[in-house]
Structure formats: C-alpha cells, structure tokens
Write a protein that binds this ligand. Structure first.
Ligand SMILES: Cc1cc2nc3c(=O)[nH]c(=O)nc-3n(C[C@H](O)[C@H](O)[C@H](O)COP(=O)(O)OP(=O)(O)OC[C@H]3O[C@@H](n4cnc5c(N)ncnc54)[C@H](O)[C@@H]3O)c2cc1C
Length: 478
C-alpha cells in the first residue's frame, strides 16, 4: 500500500521491519522481506517526483574536496536510481582478501559470501544474464592491465519498475513525504524502539518495529545517526567515533590525453589494473578508459558544438563539456578517464555542521580527503598505463603534469559513489556494522547501501549493494 504522509494523521500498526529510504537498497529490502511474509513499513522522505523542498535537505557544508553532495543523489521515491547511469561491475574476489590499509582492516567477509546473490542482483538491475560481464576490447595491453568487463543496466529506474508492485503489496506499507528525523532507544540503549517521522506540514509521529534498516545512502545514513543525539550526545551507533569516517569516492582523475594510431577505430577502450600490479606496488585498483574522439568530417567542429548544446540540458559536468569544446581534438585523439579506488582514511569524513535544516537537524559537514596512499595509486597507475599503451604500439600518451611532478596538486573529481561511512568490520574499533550489516552497538539496527563498504574496489557500487541487500534478507529471515 502507498500513502502520502502529508495527508495522513498517523501510522498505526506495528511492523516486523521498518526500512528507511526507497533507493535501490530500500526498495529491494522491502520487496524481498515482504515476500517472506514480513510486515514492512517503508519510509521515504521525498515525494513521488523531484521537489526542491525535499532536495534542499541534501545541502551540505563542504570543507574538503567538492563531491557535489547536493546533486550527486536524489531525495524522492526511487532515490538516486532516478538518474544513475547503469554501469555494473561486480567486486573481484581479491577485493575481499584480508589486508590492512592506513591501519584499517579490509572486508570481514569473503567474496564467496556475496557471490550467491549475483544472479538475482543482475535480474533486479535488468542485466543480460546470458551475456554476463563482457570485456569491451581485445587484450590490447599485454601486462599490468586487462580489458575491463562490465554490463550496462538499461538503467533500471526503481520507481518505474517497482512503484505499482509496492502500491499493491499486502505486506508493505510505504509512506512518502515521511522524513525520518530521530531514533529512540530503550532504557538500556541496546535496541531501537521507535523512529520519529515528520511530514512537510509540521506533523510528526513515532513508528515502531522489531527491526530497523537504514538505507539513506552513504552521506545521509551517517548524518541521520549522528543527529540522533537526544539520548546519546555523540549519536546512535557511534561509540567508537566511526560513524561518518572513511568517506570514500571513486576518484575521477583526468590522467591526460592520447593519440591513437588506428584513427578509423572509434571504439573506446577500458582496462582494469591486474591484481599482481596492484599488490606489488601496494596501491588501489583502477579502471582506465581511453575515450576516442569520434572521427570528425568537415564541419565536424560545428557538429560537436551542436551536440554540446543538444546534450547540455541533461549533462552534469558542464564545465568539462566547455573545456572539451575549447580544447578541440583531432580524430584519433582522446582523453584518459579513470575510476580509481580510494583507500579508507579516518580523516575523510562526514560530521555535523552547525547549520541546521527546517527540522532542526544539523546539516552535513562534508570533508572529503585523499591521502598519500591514493596519490601513489593515481601516479603509479597513470605512469604504468602510459608505458603499456606505448609498448603495445597503440599510440602515444601525454600525461597530465601532476602525474609526473609530485610538487603539483592532483586534480580529481568524483563519480557520485558515496562509500565507507558506516563501514563493515569485525571489531567495533574499526567500523560501524558487523559482518551481517548490524550496527555493532545495537541489537536491531541494520544498514544497507555502500556506506557499509569496507573498501570500494574499482567497480560501480550498485551491483554489490544489491548483493549485500539480498544477503541481509537471508540473514534476517533465514
Ligand atoms: C549521476 C549518477 C550516476 C551514477 N551512475 C552509477 C552507475 O553507472 N553505476 C552504479 O553502480 N552506480 C551509479 N551511481 C550511484 C547509484 O545511484 C547509487 O549507488 C545508488 O543509488 C545507491 O542506492 P541507495 O539505495 O543506497 O541510496 P539512494 O539511491 O541515494 O537512496 C536513498 C533514499 O533515502 C531517502 N532518504 C534520505 N533521507 C531520508 C530520511 N531522513 N527519511 C526517509 N528517507 C530518506 C532518499 O530520498 C532516497 O530515496 C550513480 C549516481 C549518480 C548521482
């Protein structure tokens, strides 16, 4: 059933599970739990479409590198799936090998723990199971990098795919315009008893359930937990001061440009750093894209400018487009783009700003930092891929100055993948949730989404988010 909480006066029933957030994580959990007969309350802060009234709650105070936190997520039914791009790549088993980075442990689970959920995750994301994850180019580079294999979701918009199913579900009550604004603990501070929910007309109520799952995304989940400070001043689940720490993105570094020998070939090339190269250099993983400028006929410049204006309305990276036009390239030239693993780092963090929103909750203070480990990953990867490209006789590479000159600041951007802020760990000393995604400090509070990633690999997060959600359903109902 679907309800507009702006029009409701109360939420009466008791539920088995309360799921907060209707992005890919929240919708998947609610659907799968309801299939096992669980009575689910699903809460969504936004409405059924975009509104500035809801999106304004994603305004942050940025003090570190800018990851555009207001616009790199969407605050309405379906969450950020309403504008995600759909690139999917599973983690490698090596992502789960025991290791220590910056004094922090890696994943406390193994790849075999999430592998059984790959097929169902692919179904949810409408990936072609027969095709699987295909390498996009032949084995052009001989050592240190292999062709990257991925698959593209249409992309699945969770609102379009699942809204009517949720509306007609007997076991799910979904309230939209229902902002979770507080959590209440029992007297021993061991369990969550209630969540306080408010609509946009200043009406609030509390809801109860046996279990609660937060699915608010990698920035909002820690912000919400830190804001629940009525009973514990440092926030709920934060006894080790780990909530909000280790914010990780995938680093989007423009490594440089290249000239491809085969100027008639307009296919892009994507490579993935081999494990041996990563381990030998003690660096993070990486996906490297050689994107070739399309073969340009006469008046090609006009065509590019036309395309630029045609696309500008739906492109986020407008400044990059402008730069592209001003640095017009010849056929065969292209830019080297990247999706690089950032290491978990205590100083890269989300905490509370002094500024508050209209519910009186502190806004996010967003301090995204990379460290020497990440700089080494970027420089070693850039230099190695340029050497391999030349050795394979594919053409020549011009690396950005900051790759070779360590006195220069590395220029990098984001991929809108918000990870690590409630990381999974065996011990509460190093993270917020345990191997089953349960908050260490509490009996009945769980977290789903990429905030639980202990490390982020160099794969897009939504596929593994789905696998972890399906695993959580098995844990809760098994
Ligand atoms: C432009 C763009 C492109 C992307 N492309 C890719 C890609 O190609 N591949 C990939 O794997 N990933 C991609 N991503 C990332 C992907 O969108 C996320 O991994 C995914 O949406 C995360 O799902 P989620 O359910 O954890 O969080 P979200 O989708 O962010 O959902 C969180 C939900 O919580 C709700 N909420 C927030 N606060 C409250 C509150 N207080 N009370 C109640 N509800 C609340 C929100 O309204 C929202 O519905 C992209 C992201 C962007 C921005």
């Amino acid at each position: 059933m679907l309800f507009d909480f702006n029009l409701q006066t109360d939420i009466n029933k008791n539920y088995d599970v309360c799921v907060v957030g209707t992005g890919p994580a929240g919708i998947t959990l609610a659907r799968k739990l309801s299939e096992t007969g669980q009575k689910v309350l699903l809460l969504e802060a936004g409405g059924l479409g975009y509104s500035e009234q809801s999106q304004a709650f994603y305004e942050c105070e940025t003090v570190g590198h800018n990851a555009w936190p207001k616009f790199s997520r969407l605050r309405y039914f379906g969450g950020t799936s309403n504008h995600w791009a759909g690139r999917c790549r599973p983690f490698d088993s090596s992502d789960f090998n025991p290791r220590e980075i910056n004094g922090l442990p890696g994943w406390p689970i193994r790849y075999s723990d999430i592998k059984p959920y790959l097929n169902e995750a692919m179904e949810i994301l409408d990936l072609d199971k027969k095709m699987g994850f295909q390498p996009v180019n032949d084995d052009l580079l001989k050592t240190r990098f292999s062709p990257d294999a991925y698959s593209n979701s249409p992309p699945t918009r969770f609102k379009d795919k699942y809204l009517s199913e949720i509306e007609s579900s007997k076991n799910i009550d979904c309230y939209y315009n229902a902002n979770a604004i507080d959590m209440r603990l029992d007297t021993s501070h061991q369990s969550i008893t209630h969540i306080k929910v408010s609509n946009y007309n200043n009406f609030s109520t509390t809801v109860s359930a046996q279990k609660f799952i937060l699915c608010l995304g990698g920035i909002e989940t820690p912000r919400f937990m830190l804001n629940c400070k009525n009973q514990i001043p440092t926030g709920i689940g934060n006894s080790s001061d780990m909530v909000g720490r280790c914010f990780m993105e995938h680093l989007n570094v423009r490594m440089g440009s290249f000239l491809y020998r085969d100027i008639d070939n307009t296919e892009g090339m994507q490579f993935y750093a081999d494990d041996a190269f990563v381990i030998k250099n003690t660096i993070g993983k990486s996906n490297i894209t050689f994107g070739i400028v399309r073969k340009i006929k006469s008046y090609g410049r006009t065509k590019e400018i036309k395309n630029f204006f045609k696309n500008i309305a739906c492109q986020m990276e407008i400044e990059e487009k402008i730069q592209f036009i001003s640095e017009f390239k010849c056929p065969g030239m292209g830019n080297i783009g990247t999706l690089i693993e950032q290491s978990p780092n205590l100083d890269s963090r989300i905490s509370l700003s002094k500024e508050t929103d209209s519910f009186g909750l502190n806004r996010t203070k967003f301090d995204w930092q990379i460290n020497d480990f990440d700089k080494k990953t970027i420089r070693k990867t850039g230099q190695a891929v340029a050497i391999e490209f030349a050795k394979a006789n594919l053409g020549s590479v011009r690396l950005s100055d900051f790759i070779l000159d360590e006195t220069r600041e590395i220029e990098f951007g984001r991929h809108a993948h918000h990870m690590g802020t409630t990381r999974m760990s065996e011990s509460p000393q190093y993270g917020v949730v345990d191997q089953n995604s349960k908050v260490h400090d509490l009996d009945n509070l769980y977290i789903a989404g990429s905030s639980v990633f202990s490390t982020g690999g160099a794969c897009n997060p939504t596929m593994p988010i789905m696998q972890l959600c399906l695993r959580l359903v098995d844990h809760l109902t098994g």
